[in-house]
Design a protein around this ligand. Structure first.
Ligand code: FPP
Ligand code: MG
Ligand code: MG
Length: 350
C-alpha cells in the first residue's frame, strides 16, 4: 500500500487492532489435536492483506464516531464535552470480535475453495490441501466455521448471528451458482455474474459492516449505509480479482493465475469480450473444455475492452461506496481510511 505522503494508510491506522486479532486467533483455534490445529491455523498465521478485518474495524470506529456525535447533539450538553467525545475514537470489544469472526469465515471458505479449485498455492505459499490433503482442508474449514459460530453466539446478539449465518449460506450459494451458471440460458449472464459475485464475496463484507453498525446501536439509516458500503466495495474487490486473474502472474498474485478460465468459470472480462467477439460465446458455454478454447478466448479478451470495462465497473462501485459514507458518516480519519480502502481495491496488484 504505497500512496502519497498525505494519504493515510488504513492498515496502519488499525495496526494495533489487527495485532490484537492475530493474538486472539491462537485461542480461537486452539484444539487438542496437532494436525487439526496446524491445518486450521495455517492461514491465520500466514496472513494475507487482512482486507476484511481492516474494513470491519474502520467501519466500527466510523459509525461509533457518527453515532456518538448524534447522541451528543440531541442531548444538548455543552459543546466542550461533545467535542471531547468526537476526538476520542472508540471501538467495542464485540465489534473487534466481529472483525475476527469475519476473517475466520473467510479463511474457512478459502480452505474449501482451494479444494474445489484444485489450487496448490495461496498467499505465496502451498495451500492447505496441497500440504495436508483435500479431506483435512475441508475438515479444517468446517472446524473454523464452528469456532466462528461459537464466537458469534457469545456476542449475545441474535440479529448479528442471523446476518453472519446468512453469509455462510451465501458463500455456498455463490459457489454453486458459479459451478452451474452456464446452465440457465434464460437469464442475463452479467446479471447472474453480479448476483454470484455478491453472494461469494460482497455478502461477507456487507453483512459484517452491517453487523458492526448494529452492535453500535446506531440508527437504521447508518446501518443501511454501512451495508451498502460493504456491498459496493465487495463487488469492486471481486471485479478487480477477476481482472487480475487475467493480467497478473502466479508469482505476483501468490496463487495460480488464469485459474478461472482453467476452471471453466465465466467472469466479467470474458462476458464483456463476448460482446465484441461473439464467436467465443460457444467456448464459454462448453466451459473452455476443448483444445484451443482457452487460447482463443485469451486472445479475444486481450483484443477486446474486457479488462478495461471490468475495471470501469469496479470503479463505479468504488465511487458508490465512497458516496454513501461521505454523505452520512462523520468526517474522521476512519471515514477517510474507508475512502482510501476504495482506492486500494482499485490499485491493488495482488
Ligand atoms: C474465492 O474465490 C472463494 C470464495 C470467495 C468463496 C468460496 C466459498 C465456498 C468454497 C463455499 C463454502 C464456504 C464455506 C464457508 C462453507 P476464487 O476461487 O474466485 O478466488 P481465489 O483466486 O482467491 O481462489
Ligand atoms: Mg479459488
Ligand atoms: Mg473458487
Amino acid at each position: 500500500f504505497s500512496r502519497d505522503m498525505n494519504s493515510l494508510n488504513p492498515f496502519k491506522l488499525v495496526g494495533k487492532e489487527l495485532s490484537g486479532i492475530a493474538k486472539s486467533f491462537e485461542e480461537a483455534v486452539a484444539v487438542n489435536h496437532p494436525v487439526l490445529q496446524r491445518a486450521a491455523s495455517y492461514f491465520l498465521n500466514i496472513t494475507g492483506k487482512r482486507f476484511r478485518p481492516t474494513i470491519v474495524i474502520l467501519m466500527a470506529y466510523a459509525v461509533n464516531a457518527t453515532h456518538s456525535r448524534r447522541v451528543d447533539s440531541t442531548s444538548a450538553r455543552d459543546s466542550d464535552e461533545s467535542h471531547s467525545m468526537e476526538s476520542s475514537p472508540h471501538i467495542l470489544p464485540s465489534q473487534l470480535k466481529l472483525a475476527e469472526i469475519a476473517e475466520l469465515i473467510h479463511v474457512a471458505s478459502l480452505l474449501h475453495d482451494d479444494v474445489i479449485d484444485v489450487a496448490d498455492t495461496r498467499r505465496g505459499v502451498k495451500s492447505v490441501n496441497a500440504l495436508f490433503g483435500n479431506q483435512l482442508s475441508v475438515l479444517a474449514g468446517d472446524f473454523l466455521l464452528s469456532r466462528a459460530s461459537v464466537s458469534l453466539a457469545r456476542l449475545r446478539n441474535c440479529d448479528v448471528v442471523e446476518l453472519l449465518s446468512t453469509v455462510i449460506e451465501h458463500l455456498v450459494h455463490g459457489e454453486v451458482l458459479q459451478m452451474t451458471a452456464d446452465e440457465d440460458n434464460s437469464k442475463d449472464k452479467l446479471e447472474v455474474y453480479l448476483q454470484k459475485t455478491f453472494l461469494k464475496t460482497a455478502s461477507l463484507i456487507a453483512n459484517s459492516c452491517q453487523a458492526v453498525a448494529l452492535l453500535s446501536n446506531c440508527p437504521k439509516e447508518i446501518v443501511q449505509v454501512a451495508f451498502e458500503y460493504g456491498r459496493h466495495l465487495g463487488l469492486a474487490y471481486q471485479l478487480v480479482d477477476d481482472a487480475l486473474d487475467f493480467t497478473g502472474t502466479s508469482s505476483s498474485l501468490g496463487k495460480p493465475a488464469l485459474a478461472d478460465i482453467h476452471q471453466g468459470t465465466l467472469t466479467a472480462p470474458v462476458l464483456f469480450a463476448i460482446e465484441q467477439f461473439p464467436e467465443i460465446r460457444e467456448y464459454a458455454k462448453r466451459r473452455f473444455q476443448y483444445p484451443d478454447d482457452i487460447s482463443k478466448t485469451l486472445g479475444a479478451v486481450e483484443k477486446s475492452k474486457g479488462i478495461e470495462r471490468t475495471l470501469d465497473l469496479a470503479k463505479e462501485h468504488c465511487c458508490l461506496a465512497k458516496e454513501g459514507i461521505t454523505q452520512t458518516l462523520q468526517d474522521t480519519s476512519y471515514r477517510q481510511a474507508l475512502l482510501e480502502m476504495a482506492d486500494f481495491v482499485l490499485t491493488r496488484k495482488q
